[in-house]
Design a protein around this ligand. Structure first.
Ligand code: G3I
Length: 488
């Protein structure tokens, strides 16, 4: 059996390309050759292939947003309620429990085969005033234990792991932070919370969860490590440590893997529980995934939200999907670090936003700042991360791509009926014409040659020119670096 007869998608592609020249059809075949084996195509499936989960924080109020829930159910197989299981929601006044918002998330998860992390039972923040004002130790002990028991009983059998205690250590210190629990009950409140939790639901994993415990030498990391070591040596029930992993643009610290494996060596699972990274550099995401994969007891990762617009870090764009639900470059890097693939042998992930770097010019494809009208000519310019330099690649039925400029919302376009060498490219409203379709074929250096389907010519920076503002044109394909574009 030939590879062609094994691949129905390819056969459809060739049929739809029947009106094109033989050369074009052959070039198309080159862009959609089948893979030897199918790698998983979603974060959840790729993580599962590694014996891990990939989760996200979910806000109950967003579940009715179809873009949001479509991504959630396609990509993620673990859910942490972002706020709905916190004390201010679940027990706003003493003994009055409200599990409605969290129940909505749990039923969604059950209906879609997703597991749940419970977040969180004992935390100094999002704590109602009535708890904060208790000064009597016996009263507070009773209130804390009743809260843990009631909430865990309500969700019994539905929670994979609970963040029993959250963020109990002080920043930059080996000691506990000040809180009503610490101040009224003393150091023993964490142990008491874990013992109560084990009694309430013996089948749930019990985690301690905190931020800034990713760098091994930090005092806070050492403080939490000492606590877990002490708990394990004395038989205090603890099963896992959640490292929140709210990272700056540099991503995880160099010691991250060491930290994960040192905690794991104490006999607990480790989980990356609230991952987000300022500006979402693809390498930073890939390094985070790799650190988890390198530690056998790192059982999964959870991103703290789906789209940048869902994030608690406004303006930092720290997540894997942009505000429109498009996959960002960090998504592709994360998926590929997990060993997954979109099934697109070209390696361009349809729906992902890229910058397109000219290999020869060392500058990126750019729509002049502030210009968004139909007919605006495109150029190369120093990369600055602006939306006028971001392009979403959406794969068309013929295997080619439409490249939509994020700043203008218009697409990379070869002016209608102009196909000659030297025709300057522009942006125009997308209408799916052949002059807006670009075939991508990968070069030996990992870059792509982009061939316009209407003209059959390649996207080209004039030979020898590389300055800011150099126009971008089409020219006969030559295989040279001035026709090579990196998707980053
Ligand atoms: O729902 C109310 C709304 O009715 C009100 O009008 C509005 C006014 O500010 O507030 C809304 O509540 C907000 C809530 O999120 C839901 O959107 C709170 O103000 C806001 O403080 C709360 O922020 C949450 C934050 O925890 C609270 O500390 C974030 O969504 C949530 O992402 C964040 O998550 C924490 C983890 O639980 C623990 N680790 C750190 C992480 C990030 O801070």
């Amino acid at each position: 059996m030939s590879w062609l007869s094994k691949e129905p998608r390819l056969r459809r592609t060739l049929v739809s390309a029947a009106g094109l020249t033989v050369g074009t059809a052959l070039a198309l075949a080159g862009t959609v050759a089948p893979q030897a084996h199918a790698a998983p195509g979603t974060l959840g499936a790729a993580a599962a292939a590694n014996g891990r989960y990939f989760g996200t924080a979910v806000a109950a109020g967003r579940l009715s947003d179809a873009t949001y829930s479509t991504i959630l159910d396609r990509e993620f197989n673990m859910i942490t309620p972002e706020n709905e299981m916190k004390w201010d929601t679940t027990e706003p006044s003493r003994g009055n429990f409200n599990f409605g918002p969290a129940d909505g998330i749990v039923s969604h998860a059950t209906a879609h085969g997703q597991r749940m992390r419970g977040h969180t039972l004992v935390w100094h923040s999002q704590l109602p005033g009535w708890v904060n004002s208790i000064r009597d130790a016996n009263t507070l002990r009773g209130v804390m234990n009743n809260h843990i028991t009631s909430e865990m009983n309500h969700f019994k059998g539905k929670i994979y792991a609970w963040d029993v205690v959250n963020e109990a250590f002080a920043d930059g210190s080996t000691q506990h932070r000040s809180s009503v629990f610490q101040n009224v009950l003393g150091n023993g409140f964490i142990e008491e919370a874990f013992r109560t939790a084990r009694a309430a639901d013996p089948s749930a994993k019990l985690c301690y969860n905190d931020y800034n415990i990713e760098n091994w030498t930090d005092a806070k990391t050492q403080g939490v490590y000492a606590m877990v070591k002490d708990f394990k040596s004395r038989g205090v029930p603890i099963d896992c440590v959640g490292l929140q992993s709210h990272f700056g643009a540099g991503g995880p610290p160099a010691s991250f893997r060491t930290t994960l494996s040192n905690f794991a060596a104490l006999g607990v699972d480790v989980q990356i529980t609230e991952l987000d990274i300022a500006q979402a550099p693809p390498t930073a995401y890939a390094n985070t995934v790799q650190a988890c994969l390198n530690v056998a007891r790192c059982t999964g990762l959870t991103a703290w939200g789906i789209r940048d617009t869902d994030s608690w870090r406004p303006g930092e764009n720290p997540l894997l999907f942009d505000g429109n639900g498009n996959k960002k470059s960090a998504y592709g890097a994360t998926l590929s670090a997990l060993g997954g693939s979109t099934g697109n042998p070209g390696g361009i992930v349809s729906g992902t936003v890229y910058s397109l770097g000219s290999v020869a010019a060392s500058r990126v494809l750019d729509v002049p700042g502030g210009q968004t009208a139909n007919g605006t000519p495109v150029q190369v310019w120093d990369a600055n991360g602006g939306a006028n330099q971001q392009w979403r690649a959406d794969q068309n039925g013929d295997g080619s791509y439409t490249l939509t400029n994020i700043g203008s919302g218009r697409v990379l376009d070869e002016p209608g009926d102009q196909t000659g060498n030297g025709t300057r490219m522009q942006i125009w409203d997308g209408h799916s014409g052949a002059n807006q379709h670009w075939r991508a074929s990968q070069n030996g250096d990992g870059s792509y040659t982009l061939t316009n389907v209407a003209s059959g010519r390649a996207l080209d920076v004039p030979a020898g020119q590389s300055a800011n503002g150099t126009p971008v044109q089409v020219w006969d394909s030559s295989g040279a670096a001035n026709q090579h574009w990196n998707f980053r």
